[in-house]
Design a protein around this ligand. Structure first.
Ligand SMILES: [Zn+2]
Length: 188
């Protein structure tokens, strides 16, 4: 992929408010509108995702929309402007699974990746949480859900590799907690 021809790396050309052609701001990477006396910047879009664990298994979703439709993913999505990451996670859990979550921890992962055909940059924040109540069922842009064991994790076709790493870390952590609790003096 040629970066010089890549929309993800290009600056804005016209002011989104008034359509005036923007000039390059020196050094900062922004693009300046003289009408609004304002510099516009492109930065990574923010997403939040979370691993929900129950009985030693992690909940993963099957993507119902492009990009990567049909691949595995974790519950979550793009943050809205001004939205706190934890509020965004709660919203996504309601939209995609129909459940409330509690005990949100993190971010436990920060991953920069590229999304979709244009390769736009995304900063993915990964969390862990628990389901506060109710049975999750796939809705919105999730086509299905599965509870997966650590043994099944490596064989799944994840849309983004960092999601597998997030799930693996959460399952490892959960497994170690179980060992500590079930094995007095087991340590480690
Ligand atoms: Zn303007």
């Amino acid at each position: 992929m040629s970066d010089s021809n890549n929309t993800a790396l290009q600056r804005f050309s016209y002011c989104p408010l008034c359509g005036t052609e923007l000039s390059r701001s020196e050094g900062s990477g922004g693009a300046y509108c003289p009408v609004h006396d304002h510099s516009w910047y492109r930065s990574s879009s923010l997403t939040v995702g979370c691993v929900l664990i129950r009985d030693g298994r992690a909940l993963v979703t099957v993507r119902g929309i492009e990009p990567e439709k049909g691949s595995y993913d974790v519950p979550g999505g793009f943050l809205e402007a001004g939205e706190h990451p934890v509020d965004g996670l709660r919203r996504e859990a309601r939209e995609e699974l129909g459940v409330e979550i509690e005990g949100v921890k993190g971010p436990v992962q920060m991953a920069v990746h590229r999304y979709g055909e244009d390769g736009d940059y995304v900063l993915a924040l990964g969390f862990t949480a628990r389901i506060a109540g109710g049975e999750p069922a796939a809705a919105d842009d999730a086509a299905g859900i599965e509870w997966i064991s650590p043994e099944k994790l490596e064989g799944l076709d994840f849309a983004w590799e960092h999601d597998r790493e997030l799930v693996r870390a959460a399952l490892d952590h959960e497994g170690n907690n179980q060992k500590d609790h079930g094995n007095a003096g087991g340590g480690g």
